[in-house]
Ligand binder design. Structure first.
Ligand SMILES: [Zn+2]
Length: 844
């Protein structure tokens, strides 16, 4: 495949006049783009994809041009280099790909409707208008938009509308910005508005399929988040408004278009009266993530896609910083520990993983960059390390300098390190480059050596094997012993005589207290026993970390997997949500060691029954008013485990709750709704129930209820129903392509239905590629498959199917890593199964 040709050096746009006419009925886009700029040479090119350009004029005169689809461009011959105004007339089809300009489909009171929106990141602006579609090519934009308009429709863009003339909507000229952040939308929308202290207009927009109250939560968070960032960054929000728009069809989670942020409906809208706290936290972090980008990403933008991490890592850290400031009672950094941290630690332990900063060699690799576990989660962990080293005062001072130096322009990683280094006096770049430029992370081994010395060593950590290339990291140690330095920058450190250090400190030795450093810690048995003795006195984050590190070490076969089993009982009465989340992550991982239907599986179910007892008895199945945040979150975790345990009284109780709400299932308490439905589908399933739930799925406008249904229905126990379910996978009227992965994954995770799901994806791969292949989430269909498979048979089938696809642009790394993920589990099970099953028998 051809490398990426960059056109900005040839032609530097200053201003675009965009005229775009969208016809929903005829499914066409017609446009004229005027670009004023400077041509460095006479032969230039501008990006386009799937545009039929009929004429190109330079300073009013037609000039010769050729279309180069391979380079996603048209090549233009100007009479001479220098200042020029280009004018291009074009047409394009309006397609349903969720890229470029695209319609979203929904129904209100039985009437099918459309709202049109845009998605230009990464390289899809070129599908909407000819442009130098590179982040560095910042320019101003004046948009004139026409469409087959119906009375009462709303039209939105990056900037406020200035006037309407002859059905054309003219918007104020933007500030200098990148093409991928341009956005507009129109349709029959409702909205809620407010204004920040500094006078920024904030709005939330959604289709009228939703109840007005579903917009309230987002409006409150968005307003307060903008106020928070204006203060934290010491830099005003740069635009007159900040619109948040929920689109019924949306491929990613949300998109930070400057002034017009677009969201998946389930990540913006919620029923304030019946939504789990955890969902509120997720929605809040998505909003604060996108709003963090309005400065970091939009005002200052990465120079090229290889520095995507600069945008995403930063926004992924700031989303937590902001929510923690807005809702301190949520302890949202605990959620960071359950979402970002384990995701980064498991993926980054697989050999072949990309580094956070990575070169981009061909266009398909741009989309492959959006690896949630690396660019987002690991990157955020890196910045959390930076923040811990710097403190907030220096961080804020450095950020302000960074914004002042680079606003309306572009930056690279080194520019951020420079600004933060200047503000703190620390050599941030030197420390961070070991994390940024190298894939993977270290295991820090803490041992008492034969001479009695407390010794630390670092070495790259692999799950599923890997080649040790001698990589070393600069590790913030965060030890509770003063003898440990702030940064470990050597392969080995001797901290002194263990006995005297232990006596002096009076507490067990630990490193990575608070779990901010991106490492796994392996204590020798003596040191570990010392910690475990009083493990209850540690913070929930630290308790969770101990369990999590042991799970990872066991997955890497550095300790016995069976060792985890008695440990689980030690934590089983914990009332902390994040400890329970990890406890059941470990417990669930034991499922791969038991064959479905075997006596060993029965023992594992019994073991689950013992684990859940204390918390299930304490909490019951239904939420109670006034209970703690932890109790709200622990309940669904232990409820789900109790269903696996097949506890008869739990199954019956859940069935009774279902029956009480049969007339309106949406009114089930949302905290446990998915589990009540799952229990019903699994244990009381019928074709009638299946039909009812699928009908609810297609007709309800409550987005959280929809997600609960998608989580529950794939648990059907009747193979015929599973077949009926996959027969709807290609029917966008039932399951939208954006939601398909969740359904596929759900079916695949259920042993009974795994074959049906696996056959479906293999038989329909071409359709899948044609439908969602162009977007950045496509490869995750492979990822979710590999997370579930763990037998030699599935490994062989996986390889047989995916290895011939290694050449598909953007899929190579994913297929190789996922193959390693499965083969790692196959090896692990072969090596540890006998001991795990023996230990299980001992513990039931
Ligand atoms: Zn982002």
């Amino acid at each position: 495949m051809a490398g990426i040709e960059r056109f900005y050096p040839l032609f530097q746009p200053e201003h675009y006049d965009l005229f775009i006419d969208v016809n929903r009925e005829q499914k066409t886009i017609t446009g004229t783009t005027k670009i004023r700029g400077n041509a460095s040479q006479a032969k230039i090119a501008v990006n386009q994809k799937d545009l039929q350009v009929s004429q190109v004029r330079a300073n009013g005169n037609p000039v010769p041009f050729t279309t180069d689809d391979e380079a996603e461009a048209i090549r233009i011959e100007l009479p001479a280099a220098g200042a020029v105004e280009l004018e291009l007339d074009y047409q394009a089809p309006l397609t349903d790909t969720m890229m470029g300009i695209y319609p979203s489909y929904y129904e209100v009171a039985g009437e099918k409707k459309q709202v049109v929106g845009t998605q230009f990141e990464t390289t899809f602006a070129r599908q909407a208008f000819p442009s130098i579609d590179e982040p560095e090519a910042k320019a101003t934009f004046s948009l004139a938009l026409k469409f087959d308009e119906h009375p009462g429709e709303t039209v939105l863009a990056n900037m406020p509308e200035e006037r309407v003339e002859n059905g054309v909507h003219y918007f104020a000229q933007t500030l200098k910005m990148s093409t991928y952040l341009v956005a507009f939308a129109f349709g029959d929308l409702q909205s809620k508005m407010t204004t920040t202290k500094s006078g920024v207009e904030v709005g939330v927009f959604a289709t009228k399929a939703h109840q007005p109250k579903e917009l309230d939560f987002a409006l409150d968070i968005a307003k307060r988040a903008i106020e928070f960032y204006e203060d934290f960054y010491q830099t005003p929000y740069p635009l007159p408004h900040s619109w948040q728009l929920a689109l019924p069809d949306f491929s990613a989670g949300a998109m930070e278009n400057w002034g017009l942020i677009t969201y998946r409906e389930a990540l913006l809208l919620l029923d304030p009266d019946n939504t789990p706290l955890e969902t509120k936290e997720v929605v809040a972090t998505v909003i604060t993530h996108e709003l963090a980008h309005q400065w970091f990403g939009d005002l200052v933008t990465m120079k090229w896609w290889d520095d995507l991490w600069l945008n995403e890592s930063f926004a992924n850290m700031m989303e937590y910083v902001a929510v923690d400031a807005l809702q301190p009672d949520w302890h949202v950094w605990e959620m960071f520990q359950t979402s970002e941290v384990p995701m980064a630690l498991s993926r980054d332990a697989t050999d072949g993983v990309q580094s956070v900063h990575v070169a981009v060699n061909n266009p398909a690799e741009i989309d492959a960059l959006f690896d949630g576990a690396i660019v987002y989660a690991k990157g955020a962990r890196m910045l959390v390390m930076v923040r811990a080293l710097l403190g907030d005062d220096a961080l804020r001072k450095g950020l302000r300098q960074y914004f002042v130096a680079h606003q309306y322009g572009n930056a690279e990683g080194k520019d951020l390190w420079q600004a933060l280094g200047d503000a703190s006096g620390l050599e941030i770049g030197k420390i961070m480059n070991s994390w940024l430029e190298q894939p993977g992370y270290p295991v820090v081994s803490a041992t008492v050596t034969d001479d009695g010395q407390l010794t630390l060593r670092q070495q790259q950590f692999f799950i599923g094997g890997g080649t040790d290339k001698g990589r070393q990291w600069q590790i913030p140690l965060d030890s509770n012993y003063a003898a440990a330095p702030q940064i470990m920058d050597k392969p080995e450190l001797k901290l002194g005589d263990y006995k005297s250090l232990r006596k002096q400190a009076g507490i067990p030795f630990r490193v990575n207290v608070g779990n901010n450093s991106h490492v796994v810690v392996q204590y020798d048995p003596e040191l570990l026993a010392d910690i475990l003795e009083d493990v209850e006195t540690l913070t929930p984050i630290d308790q969770r970390q101990i369990l999590q590190d042991l799970r990872l070490l066991a997955s890497a076969q550095r300790i016995d997997y069976a060792r985890l089993i008695p440990l689980l009982q030690q934590f089983a009465e914990s009332e902390s949500a994040i400890v329970n989340a990890e406890l059941y992550a470990v417990a669930n991982s034991l499922k791969m060691f038991v064959t479905p239907g075997s006596p060993a599986e029965q023992e594992l179910r019994e073991f689950f029954g013992k684990l859940v007892q204390a918390n299930v008895n304490r909490l019951g199945l239904l939420p109670r008013t006034g209970e703690s945040n932890d109790d709200q979150k622990v309940r669904p975790i232990v409820f789900n485990a109790a269903l696996y345990a097949q506890l008869p009284d739990i199954i019956e109780q859940a069935h009774t709750i279902f029956t009480d709400h049969h007339a309106g299932l949406v009114s089930l308490p949302a905290d446990v709704r998915a589990l009540i439905l799952k229990n019903e589908v699994q244990n009381y399933g019928s074709a009638d129930l299946f039909d009812q739930l699928l009908t609810d799925y297609t007709t309800t406008n409550d987005v959280n209820y929809r997600e609960d249904l998608a989580a529950a229905v794939p648990n059907v126990a009747d193979p015929q129903l599973a077949e009926r379910l996959v027969s709807q996978f290609k029917n966008a009227d039932v399951i939208k392509p954006q939601d398909l992965r969740a359904w596929y994954r759900g079916l695949l995770a259920n042993e009974l239905n795994q074959q049906v799901a696996w056959d479906w994806i293999r038989n329909n791969w071409d359709w899948l590629e044609a439908t969602v292949g162009g977007d950045m989430e496509f490869a995750t269909f492979i990822t979710v498959t590999a997370r579930i498979f763990h037998t030699p048979e599935r490994l062989a089938e996986f390889k047989a199917f995916f290895e011939p696809k290694l050449e598909t642009p953007g899929l190579e790394r994913e297929i190789k890593m996922d193959t390693r993920t499965i083969s790692g589990k196959v090896d692990l099970i072969a090596g540890e199964q006998a001991a795990v099953l023996k230990e299980l028998t001992r513990n039931v």
